[in-house]
Design a protein around this ligand. Sequence first.
Ligand SMILES: [Zn+2]
Length: 291
Amino acid sequence: MASRAKVMPAPAKTEGMVKVTNGVYAYIGGGGRTNFGLITTSGRPVVIDNDIRVRKPFLAGMRRITRQDAGLVLNTHHNFDHTADNAYYTKRGAISFGVDIIREEMEREYASGNWVKQMDGRGPSVKHLIGKLPIAPPMVTFDEQIDIRYGGRLFQMIYIDHSHTKGDSVIWMPEEGVLFAGDLLTYRTHPVNRLGDFLNWIPALALLKKFPVKYIVPGHGPLPPRGGGVIEEVKTFLNRLKSRTGAALQKHGTPAKAAKAVRMPEYAKWFRAQNVPNNALKMARDLRKKR
Ligand SMILES: [Zn+2]
């Protein structure tokens, strides 16, 4: 019963560079904004995801840890807030990696003129970048998995599914037990799902549970406690959204009407709680899709 479910606590207000484990750092965006990764190696550092709008604070955090330029840039998925600053690093000699769908999706959004425009009014201003910021898709692409041995560390980039976007992958560091989950996991932060598929997302979380994780770095939200508990938390959230939206669809008939009736009161303290109607609408449409 929704009314009996306990209210989830508010997320921590962490912001900035946080140590995960030896040489592995997460830049926490704060307020549910995008997180990035920074890993030092015996070679040059490795950067996971990036956004031109927060280049300055990220680099300030990075410079406190290393003076070296990044050797690798790894992208978890194509969204602007995870890839828009790839060129900053590749111009300084980094090689960028991502699943082939990332390249396709970046090219599609760029060709439609939407790459920068879609971010207008969402967070830091992009007005000065409209028509001026080219995309820099990953140089090295793969379809299922690529294992990168670099600077004494192993990075496994693994394609998961069409869940949050068309091409969601994770970066698994087996020796450290660290999983960079991209936006497949947002910790105590309501998800965004414009191009994904909620009905693939729930089984995708079962795949994530197979990694013997010590630490998970989510795409948004603060660093969760050690272990994989965040996966179960997100799964419960999505299952509740699914069952409530399904019931609302039966009662109200159309996705638009159903979405207005869906409530997620026990998640009101999570970041981006204003996303509930959009997520209910997307869930209703995904439930209605012929499969
Ligand atoms: Zn994101």
